[in-house]
Design a protein around this ligand. Structure first.
Ligand SMILES: *Cc1c(COP(=O)(O)O)cnc(C)c1O
Length: 398
């Protein structure tokens, strides 16, 4: 394992052979400017002070590291802690990144924000910070997703955002990203694009990771306070990979901490019925970055499926591709059925409704915890709350 992992990516945005900047020519200079502005902001104490102030007073950090006592007893193995990102303002980890990026946009003198959203959680987080900073907000969303996530569409609109329906192709997240990119090519002068996961062209995967690192930094401090030692294992679900990167990153140089990313297994590993990129995926380029993705033999992006919209995307963040390639992080998957069963377990044993995305991490722990000794400690990232999924879960579980 190479040491000093936190030094990736390199100056051109590469995590080993992954990542990079695969964008239209018109965006190259703006993205290079963004990378420079971000580097300056990162080193500016005033930027960090404002970010920390708002993370604490507006977003609700630090989040608790909660010992799930009943669930641990039920499984009879490793001791399980939950990092409670579900308790944040707007209900998921996504606001950590939306807040960081809008502060950067303000610094760059931008007056307009665009974003893409799948389930609507990132759209809601972006609409929220735009209202807070008085910026114009346009969110691109697939027409199919708008119908499935009507509550989040209403939340965005109530906070003053314009939600634009995208009807091309599958009319879900991938097409929404294409529309947002098209807008940005023509509007980059006054507009910042807040990407919602550790994906896209450099510097986004690095920036988004850094804005979520606070999850792992807090968890590390909290577990040392509570247990006097580091955890044996970290577990997080992986869509684009932002909540997982946030939890994992501050532990990368601790070789005794095992890390597991859980992708969406959908109906099982059958083409077009899942979104587990490391299960039958290929190396390719999608929407700005080189990484593992789901494509057919002609290189056409395949349809994906997951019960959780937030994990339903054909590509994985490039830093995950790198961490998988060097063997630092293990990747597995949970199916829709396993995630729904895990949702029910956490609801009835701990009184917590997890997001269906987070339920994939919970599902893996259901399998692994009983096999581990009681002296082991697992930290799971509870990336979001399940209120948005109540209708869907009720349909399957009640
Ligand atoms: C969006 C979302 C995810 C997936 O995104 P990552 O970038 O992989 O973290 C996971 N959990 C919740 C609650 C989400 O809203």
């Amino acid at each position: 394992m190479p040491d000093l992992l936190p030094t990736v990516p390199d100056a051109t945005g590469h995590f080993g052979p992954f990542g990079g900047m695969f964008v239209p020519e018109t965006l190259m200079t703006p993205l290079q400017d963004l990378a420079i502005a971000y580097e300056q902001a990162r080193q500016d104490p005033a930027f960090q002070i404002e970010l920390d102030y708002l993370l604490h007073n507006y977003v609700g950090r630090p989040t608790p590291l909660y010992y799930a006592e009943r669930w641990t007893e039920q499984l009879g193995g490793a001791k399980i802690y939950l990092k409670r990102e579900d308790l944040l303002h707007t209900g998921a980890h996504k606001i950590n990144n939306a807040l960081g990026q809008i502060l950067l946009a303000k610094r760059l003198g931008k007056s307009r924000i665009i974003a893409e959203t799948g389930a609507g959680q990132h759209g809601v987080a972006t609409a929220t910070v735009c209202a807070r900073f008085g910026m114009e907000c346009v969110v691109y969303m697939g027409a199919v997703d708008m119908e499935r996530q009507a509550l989040n569409v209403a939340r965005m609109r109530l906070m003053g955002a314009k939600v634009v329906a995208v009807t091309a192709g599958q009319a879900t997240l991938k097409e929404a990203v294409n529309e947002a990119m098209r807008d940005w090519v023509g509007s980059v002068e006054n507009t910042h694009y807040i990407i919602g996961s550790a994906l896209g062209s450099h510097p986004f995967p690095m920036m988004v990771r850094d804005f979520h690192r606070v999850i792992g930094v807090e968890a590390r401090k909290q577990i040392l306070e509570k247990e006097g030692r580091l955890p044996s294992m970290l577990v997080a679900c992986v869509g684009g990979g932002s909540n997982a990167m946030g939890l994992f990153h501050p532990f990368l140089n601790d070789p005794d901490v095992r890390m597991v990313g859980v992708e969406a297994g959908g109906d099982g590993i059958i083409p077009e019925r899942h979104a587990a990129r490391f299960q039958g995926g290929k190396l390719g380029v999608l929407q700005g970055t080189k990484t593992w993705l789901l494509a057919n033999d002609d290189g056409q992006i395949e349809l994906t499926h997951s019960v959780s919209a937030g994990l339903d995307y054909a590509a994985i963040g490039p830093e995950h591709a790198y961490l998988q390639s060097i063997g630092r992080v293990e990747y597995t998957y949970a199916t829709d059925t396993e995630a729904l069963a895990a949702f029910k377990t956490l609801a009835t044993t701990e009184g917590i409704l997890p997001a269906l995305e987070s339920s994939h991490a919970i599902a893996y722990i259901q399998k692994i915890a009983p096999l581990l000794p009681k002296t082991d400690i697992i930290i799971a990232n509870l990336s979001g709350r399940g209120d948005k999924d109540v209708e869907q879960a009720s349909k399957y579980l009640l």
